[in-house]
Write a protein that binds this ligand. Sequence first.
Ligand SMILES: [Zn+2]
Length: 296
Amino acid sequence: MTTEHFTLHDVVAGVWAAEADLGGASVGNATIIDAGGKTIIVDTFMTEVAARELRRVSEELTGNQVYLAINSHWHADHTNGNQVFADVPIVSTRETMERIIEEMTPKGLAAWQAEIERSIASLQDSADAGEKAAKQLDQLRHFKNSADIFELTLPDLLIDGRLVVEGERRVEIETRGKGHTISDTVVWLPEERLVVTGDLCWNGIHPRMHDGFPGAWAEYVEAILAMEPLHVIPGHGRPSDIGALSDLPEYFRTVEILIDEVRAGADPTKIPAPGASVNWKGLGRLHDGLKVLADR
Ligand SMILES: [Zn+2]
């Protein structure tokens, strides 16, 4: 099956990871679960156009209408596509719902639109007309279209702990509170030992930490590791196995130490990638995160 905005991975029978194409309209990953006559979507992408494709593909793959959507956390690249799923229940925690409301006020939306306009203008003005600039412009136009037709669509089935979908395939939706954000939710398929982590896991990529809590994040990942998953669908990067998670607790514990070093005067941009993260992509995200967290 060809898709324009993401790459589909067959993770186990009836479960597909929709991996966001780099620099495209999706930005974060989504997951499609065929729970035997019930199609469940985890996360809804950054834009309406990508979410619409996600819905079309999921209904083609499973032969069923979407039954339920889930927001793993409040970030726009996991929730902006919610309007495509306005006719089905959307599950999240109350904190996640509240943060979406705070971000996507008319004022917040206008600020986002202004930022997109500025970025488009500066790209068009720049002498750089290469392939990279063209791709960036393409992505920004998708963002602009999405912002122009944005309809705030909030989660309306709130969990505080765990929600279980029973049927041919058991699907457990559960939260342990904060980690990557003030409130993160994971989806666990006990039979298949498959976990959808949202942005608690970035596979082989330095995670965005601006809204995170490194200590709690390490503990959250440890709790997921203790479930001994065989399959891991991360919020960013390719689906994998437990190896995508195993280095994360030490990474976030090191981040806690590095934050103290930055507070004591260390230059965050000079800090090398800690331990096993030397081969990860996006070191700049670590540096930005350290700066933001040290100032918080
Ligand atoms: Zn996120």
